[in-house]
Design a protein around this ligand. Structure first.
Ligand SMILES: Nc1ncnc2c1ncn2[C@@H]1O[C@H](COP(=O)(O)OP(=O)(O)OP(=O)(O)O)[C@@H](O)[C@H]1O
Ligand SMILES: [Mg+2]
Length: 325
């Protein structure tokens, strides 16, 4: 299938849910995109370039270093890495998605209108505001989310960690990185959530993601009994978070080569939808890689992490039930 806006291959159309094979392909694309971004970062460092935020890396154009590529292997690697990333995260303009070409920057002292505030002839606004502006395509109902960058090249939401008082760690949601946003979209998908693609990034640094359309739930519905499988409850003496239902999740890579722990949370009713098959699926969450270097120094947490990795039902203390602690 071709995407209505970009003409690129897509596996998402309206309310339809992609099958198992298409879902595996989608997850693999997320992984390859993250790996490509890492290679661009590593290659830039090798060339002696320091990016203030990964926004600069995400926006590098294919021809940016072409003149330097003949000057050395590191520049050739940098050029190749940029082209790889561009193949998995194309640059597209907001006009390609039917929005007026208003610049987002201020003009003559007046703040420019945010072109995403309004529906356009091809996209109808359906929600959002904190991280993303969500629209449904008039043509087929597919959902397009536009993640707007914030100050200092930050985008989306991600957890940061600090030591707590009654708890080992406190996780606090704040502005995130481009890498964190791409990783969040992978996690939504990997948790058996709504099929999610990354469609493009605009020259302004807006990330465009696409999802199948579902029915929103009523705000305030209790989700504690319907969280995705594979999420492990975290003893509150180890970690508290300022978002609903903080959980540990081991993300397995498609090739089953690695399994990495993440904190996943913000699993409230507005971040789920009901799909055509009647199932609930997560559409959004807040996450961060589990702060393993911090918790490695905490024997009780490190020990628990090692045990739940092998047995998700393992309790916080060997031989004890968490309710009894
Ligand atoms: N796939 C979808 N199907 C149906 N509705 C959706 C879908 N994705 C998003 N929406 C609607 O748009 C809203 C915002 O989407 P999302 O949660 O991804 O962005 P957000 O910026 O994190 O928003 P919020 O801050 O409100 O959580 C959702 O609460 C939902 O009402
Ligand atoms: Mg949300």
């Amino acid at each position: 299938m071709q995407d209505h806006f970009t003409g690129q291959l897509t596996r998402i159309q309206g309310r339809l849910l992609p099958g198992a094979e298409a879902r595996r392909d989608l997850q693999y694309d997320h992984e390859r995109r993250l790996a490509a971004l890492d290679r661009v970062g590593a290659a830039a460092t090798e060339c002696g370039l320091r990016a203030d935020s990964d926004r600069d890396l995400v926006l590098l154009a294919e021809d940016e270093v072409s003149l330097l590529e003949a000057t050395g292997d590191e520049w050739a690697r940098f050029g190749a890495a940029i082209r790889d990333l561009r193949g998995l995260l194309p640059l597209r303009s907001l006009e390609d998605f039917g929005f007026p070409g208003t610049p987002l920057a201020e003009t003559e002292g007046e703040a420019a209108a945010n072109p995403l505030e309004e529906s356009n002839a091809r996209l109808r606004r359906i929600g959002g505001g904190v991280e993303a502006w969500a629209f449904a395509a008039e043509a087929d109902g597919s959902v397009y989310k536009f993640y707007l960058p914030r100050e200092e090249g930050r985008i989306g939401s991600e957890f940061g960690f600090r030591r707590g008082e009654e708890t080992t760690l406190r996780a606090e949601a704040g502005l995130g990185s481009y890498r964190g946003l791409l990783e969040k979209l992978l996690l939504v998908h990997a948790l058996g959530g709504m099929a999610t693609e990354v469609v493009a990034v605009t020259p302004e640094g807006i990330v465009v993601a696409k999802q199948a359309l579902g029915e929103p739930l009523a705000q305030g519905d209790d989700m504690s009994g319907s969280l995705p499988a594979g999420l492990i409850e975290i003893p509150s003496r180890f970690l508290r978070a300022n978002r609903d239902h903080p959980r540990l999740f081991f993300l397995a890579s498609s090739d089953a080569g690695t399994t990495r722990p993440y904190l996943v949370a913000d699993l409230h009713a507005r971040n789920f939808v009901r799909c055509v098959d009647g199932a609930l699926r997560v559409i959004d969450l807040v996450a961060a890689p589990w702060p393993a270097t911090l918790t490695a120094r905490e024997p009780a947490v490190a020990d628990w992490l090692a045990r739940v990795r092998h047995d998700p039902a393992a309790s916080a203390l060997p031989g004890a039930r968490d309710e009894d602690l």
